[in-house]
Design a protein around this ligand. Sequence first.
Ligand code: ZN
Ligand code: ZN
Length: 148
Amino acid sequence: MPKIRTSRTKPPPEGFEEIESVLEDYARKMRDAENESHEGKRKTESLWPIMRVSHTRSRYIYELYYKREAISKQLYEWLIKQGYADANLIAKWKKPGYEKLCCVRCIQSKDMNYQGSTCICRVPKAQVKAGTVVECVHCGCRGCSSDS
Ligand SMILES: [Zn+2]
Ligand SMILES: [Zn+2]
């Protein structure tokens, strides 16, 4: 199916064709996650697969630009603008201790589900009491502290 582009949409920057198939793959996974049955799941739980896809997609773009230096700044910024990656999350990954952060909600001061301070998934494994289930309510994260 040909892509419909309005006259206002500029063509993507150079280099996009090289990653287009990967991005299409993510789009497919995203659709699958959205169409997944919500039956028998807790309300927030049905969002987890969607968050997981958007997280891996942001990660992919982050690594392309910052780690592998495989794409231009122009393309990177375009991808953010188009919603292919979460700029807020990427900004956090650049900070020490947050390299593996699952989602920005887990470090926001409200909505916390662990000791009223940080989400349980941010607590280093060594500090979590044995037998405690690490599973964040926002995204289903099982621990994303850089120390664990
Ligand atoms: Zn987490
Ligand atoms: Zn999270």
